[in-house]
Design a protein around this ligand. Sequence first.
Ligand code: MRU
Length: 378
Amino acid sequence: MADQDAQSSVGIEAPALPVLRWDELPEGPVLVLLDQTRLPAEEAELVCADVPALVRAIRTLAVRGAPLLGIAGAYGVALAAVRGDDVAEAAELLERARPTAVNLGYGVRRAAGAYRAAREKEADPERAAAVALAEARALHREDAEASGRMARYGLALLDELLPGGGYRLLTHCNTGALVSGGEGTAFAVALGALREGRLRRLWVDETRPLLQGARLTAYEAARNGMPYSLLTDSAAGSLFAAGEVDAVLIGADRIAADGSVANKVGSYPLAVLAKYHHVPFIVVAPTTTVDLDTADGASITVEQRPGNEVTELTFPRIGAAGGDTGGLLVAPAGTPVYNPAFDVTPPELVTAIVTEEGAVSPVTGVGLAELCARSSQV
Ligand code: MRU
């Protein structure tokens, strides 16, 4: 039976195909993903029948974005459990698939913990697998709900910072329905502003090298009838200088205990620009992205990606590192490359962090810890 409830129940303007769904085929259970490497040219599904296939999908960014990685990780554990595979081994493989987004480990540990607890209570493996699947579904639903609450808190904050509306918002990477059980994080706030007639323009950074802004955010903005314009990452400076940006809205992959924010590479330069131009720099992320066990920005592991993502235009064969990707060379073959997937913005450059439990501004470790404590009480 297809599981599309978590997305349809919140009535969102979702992509044409579900971003992620559990299905039970005659040959066994599968996790079906909207293959994000093929967007926007093609809306195609990628069927993962086992954990190694899902790990490949995560590494090649067929499924991506912090909250969705958590959901995928949890379903991955359920997949292993239902298939009768070694759940602990599957959990380890999944958790190691990408290092920066803390949600991945959160989702994996949650489903694996539920499975383990059920087994300890003497449930048979089949019953424990059903418990793991229920946990993945619960996380999927909770993420959709969190998305709606973040949008409301984010809109209230914009109202406070920029009374009058008519916002021109700049965003980076992709933070909409493609990364979430609901409408996303930062993009959900922009969508809320659009519905209230308060959005003048969404500026979309193309987000080199893998173009999540151009391929995915522009796709979502167009589908939602949003007024938007795409710019190259390097055009952001002149856009600020022209006074065309009222606020920056981005998501996060991991927020350290001191409020340092790891997000798609290119976020930190935007924060510096925003500071110089006295423009609010707002991070929107669920509390599942806050990692109180990581003390500060320097302690965050930043994923380094293959050089061919920079030296070649590789679409749709992202991640085919080292081999023949069939990509178009845009630098001499063998050029040494610096290709971090993320950068870290220190808390003093962040105007506010908006979560489903409210916003913290100024950003302090104490404020963040309070929001997280609220969330675990729910
Ligand atoms: O490498 P990606 O595409 O997974 O990176 C995603 C991002 O950096 C997003 O901005 C982040 O996960 C926040 S999405 C809510």
